[in-house]
Design a protein around this ligand. Structure first.
Ligand code: ANZ
Ligand code: ZN
Length: 815
């Protein structure tokens, strides 16, 4: 018998699949389709880490099984190739981002091929290739045309080290997600996509997809829908001489029930009314405070633990229901871009307001009493903290005694009657800031002309190519502004000299539509062929890391909804079923990282143990969606399982075994059933242990024939495809195992054996009933009581006790 030489076998079958085009996919409307997609990788210089093959093996298993079941399977791969790391690397080393990216892609492709994934490589896409980003630019123009892309001056997150704008989603704990430097706020002209227009639709659609609850919850949270009331506070400006001007200041609150507890109104420092309302003698201090705020990140401003600060404006407004005088303040814990940028301060019922009032000696008036304290109407004066729960109203005039919920409505009604309030739904979701002052991205296809203003590049002049002659050192300005060949153009409308937009698009724009491109990757006339997209999309199974729970998935859903609304795709949710793999930790149980020195390199594992072993091991480590530590001993166990599979199939062939016992056949059919359903449920680890148990039974019982081997190998093939192909050929097959039918189980053989239960009533045998072997006590009783011969005997009687002897007897004792 030949030794199991994984190096030789794996190489051989990878070349064979490539040569035969085993996994090339044709559009074929006569076949049911299945689109199984991985989140395509960013081709970093580090190559694959072990987390990649975890998700990729899972989708490969599903793809291979579905293919064997006769589905037309689309299983593609590509590269999310634009982005900051390549540019930062270029800044450090001088290597052009295109060069390093293309080199990294070659390495990634080599590694993925080495793992035997059944991708249709003819569909490979690369977002940094002009043939792709041409259509990213087209989609930008599509959004622009439909008023979903716009330019606006806005306070933006600015990374002080990367020298670029970041999306809110790219700011983690007040720092740049990539380089960890501090993020500050800057006011700049930026491009946005109007995601907020779809806030409700983005919420609603979540109810129609099969996604992990955790990820859905993160999206719901991110969208952050709040129902509340806008309340108007009126005031009069300071007049340097003559009469002041009347103005209205609107706040947004989710707690109108606390209106009688207002002790101040506070504006964001950036609020447009601040400089108009400030008293002359307070102007200098207010200006200084506004300036200091600019240097702070949003997180520093809003964190609960942060010390609150603010300054009074020296002006007042009037309480809309009591007419009381309420002082105006500014404070940086109020954000300019949420709600109305102004808040009514209710220290008794809001933690931040409580802290603020404590610091500046503002009154604290309790107007909501906890349910248990209503009777005494205890006012909680002198309490150490705010009471933030709902309760019953106190100190609120005619609203006293109402519940918070009731009061929210009645107070809002009262305000509405005076035109001083209205109901309003507010979202935390903001429009998506997509412009970047960087080089390595798709140029935004807009031209500025002195005469015509903002002019979109005509579609037939796309792509707007990234120039090569660029100095990409970050200066805060887009590097493209320094490329004269790039930014000097003629206006497409009037022909006069004009200037190109020099910002590029956030790489998340590229990945928001790539799944559509896979349906017709070589389409030259359009972003995608509707014909192909109608057939292949939406994606049936999408697998990737939970780090994309918010950004990527939200943006892809947004794009899909826009395209749906304009009739370009017939579905409005792109990913029908989503699963996310758990994190693979280092052997020490810590997150793998270079600095900890606990990183496992897939290349090493494959060289030593083989791709099949790595695939099988990663699937066997534990629950697919759970975090789990790497364990080198576990790899050896899995490798041994493959070795034993190799040996036993050789034994069957060489010793010409041709007998399969009933028990072994039953075990096989049970395994077929279990592996089939486990794969569908992404329970790969239990599928593998079922195969291991079957192999043990096989060893113990001996026997087997080629047909038995064939069924076993077909079950094993999605997990360990190279070994399965080799042994499949050994037992005499000429076509690839990947293209043979998936085994079906025989229902009669998976049924548990049945037994006859004797049923006695007061010691006399009254019935014999057939039941599944191994029935639990309660089930056996229920079955006996329900028997047509027994039930009448029990009518009107009291059962003293029932004795069950497993698989044999049910003895009922009546009073
Ligand atoms: C008065 C009040 C009383 C509030 C109370 C809360 C508790 P969500 O649920 O996130 O929508 N708020 C409104 N706009 C703000 C802004 N631009 N910056 C900072 N805070 C702002 O939160 C809505 C609540 O957050 C609002 O309700 C407001 O404070 C505050 F006992 O108004 B509340
Ligand atoms: Zn012009």
């Amino acid at each position: 018998m030949k030794k199991y030489d994984h190096k030789e076998i794996e190489r051989k079958w990878q070349l064979r699949w490539e040569k035969d085009g085993t996994f090339a996919t044709q559009d074929d409307a006569s076949k049911r389709k299945c689109f199984v997609l991985d989140m395509f990788p960013y081709p970093s210089g580090n190559g694959l880490h072990v987390g990649h093959p975890e998700g990729y093996t899972a989708t490969d298993i599903v793809s291979r099984k579905r293919r064997m079941e006769g589905w037309n399977v689309l299983h593609p791969m590509g590269w999310d190739a634009f982005g900051l790391p390549a540019e930062n690397y270029a800044i450090k080393t001088g290597v052009h981002p295109r060069e390093s990216t293309w080199k990294n892609i070659d390495n990634f492709r080599r590694q993925l091929k080495m793992l035997g994934f059944s991708y249709d490589w003819s569909r490979e896409i690369n977002t940094a290739d002009p043939s792709y980003y041409r259509w990213t630019q087209w989609l930008f123009l599509f959004l622009y045309k439909h008023d979903l892309a716009y330019k606006q001056k806005a306070p933006v997150n600015w990374c002080t080290s990367c020298q670029t704008v970041l999306a809110n989603e790219q700011v983690v704990d007040g720092r740049c997600e990539r380089c960890k430097s501090e993020v500050i706020q800057k006011n700049l002209e930026q491009w946005f996509f109007r995601v907020t227009k779809y806030a409700d639709r983005l919420l609603e659609g979540l109810e129609r997809v099969d996604w992990p609850e955790r990820i859905k919850a993160m999206q719901v949270n991110w969208i952050g829908r709040s129902e509340g009331t806008e309340i108007v506070f009126r005031g009069t400006t300071h007049a340097a001489g003559g009469a002041g001007k009347d103005y209205s200041l609107t706040v947004f609150t989710t707690r109108p029930d606390t209106l009688f507890g207002v002790s101040y109104v506070v504006l964001a420092p950036e609020h447009p009314l601040v400089m108009e309302l400030v008293a002359p003698d307070r102007r200098a201090e207010v200006e200084a405070y506004v300036k200091a705020t600019q240097a702070k990140s949003e997180l520093t401003r809003t964190g609960l633990e942060q010390e609150k600060s603010g300054v009074p404006l020296g002006a007042n407004v009037v309480h809309p229901l009591t007419g009381a005088t309420v002082p105006l303040w500014i404070a940086d814990y109020v954000l300019a871009n949420y709600g109305t940028g102004a808040v009514m301060g209710v220290p008794a019922h809001d933690d931040r307001d409580f802290a603020f009032a404590g610091k500046y000696g503002l009154p604290v008036t309790y107007v909501i009493a906890p349910p248990r304290d209503v009777a005494q109407a205890r006012h909680d004066e002198g309490n150490e903290h705010a009471y933030t729960e709902p309760g019953y109203l106190v100190n609120s005039r005619e609203f006293d005694g109402l519940t918070s919920d009731d009061a929210k409505n009645k107070i809002t009604d009262a305000l509405e009657a005076k035109s001083l309030g209205k109901r309003r739904v507010q979202y935390h979701l903001r429009d998506w800031l997509i412009s970047r002052q960087r080089y390595w991205g798709a140029p935004i296809p807009i031209i500025y002309c002195e005469t015509c203003g903002e002019v979109p590049v005509p579609e037939d002049r796309l792509p707007v190519l990234l120039p090569d002659d660029v100095d990409f050192r970050p200066t805060g300005e887009s590097p493209l502004t320094r490329s004269v060949s790039f930014h000097e153009v003629n206006c497409p409308r009037c022909g006069k000299k004009a200037r190109r937009e020099s910002d590029t698009m956030d790489a998340f724009v590229d990945s928001s539509w790539y799944f559509l491109r896979f349906a017709s990757p070589h389409e030259g006339e359009r972003a995608f062929s509707s014909h192909a997209v109608n057939y292949w999309c939406p994606v049936d199974l999408y697998v990737g890391g939970a780090e994309h729970a918010v950004l990527h998935l939200m943006f892809a859903r947004f794009f899909t909804k826009v395209l749906f609304d304009h009739g370009l795709v017939p579905f409005d949710e792109p990913f029908t079923k989503l699963r996310s793999q758990g994190l693979i930790l280092g052997e020490d149980g810590q997150k793998m990282s270079k600095s900890r020195g606990n990183v496992i390199n897939p290349d090493d594992v494959v060289a030593e143990h083989g791709a099949d072993t790595l695939r099988l091991y990663e699937m066997f480590m534990g629950d697919f969606e759970a975090a789990k530590p790497w364990d080198t001993k576990g790899i050896l166990g899995v490798r041994r399982f493959l070795d034993r599979s190799w040996v036993i199939v050789h034994d069957v062939v060489h010793q010409r075994r041709d007998s399969v016992s009933d028990a072994l056949r039953r075990a096989l059919h049970k395994t077929i059933k279990k592996v089939s359903s486990d794969i569908e449920a992404c329970k790969f680890n239990t599928a593998i242990s079922a195969l291991m148990i079957l192999l043990n039974d096989w060893y113990e019982q001996g026997g087997g024939d080629k047909e038995f081997c064939g069924a076993y190998l077909r079950l094993l093939s999605p997990f360990a495809p190279h070994l399965a192909e080799e042994l499949w050929a050994l037992i005499g097959n000429e076509t690839s195992i990947a293209l043979t039918p998936w085994p079906a189980h025989d229902e009669a053989l998976v049924k548990d054996e049945t037994v006859f239960l004797v049923v006695q009533v007061n010691g006399k045998v009254r019935d014999r009933i057939e039941a599944d072997a191994g029935l639990e006590e309660e089930d056996a009783k229920a079955k006996a009581f329900a028997s047509p011969k027994i039930a009448p005997l029990l009518e009107g009687k009291r059962i003293l006790k029932t004795i069950v002897v497993r698989d044999k007897l049910v003895n009922i004792v009546l009073q």
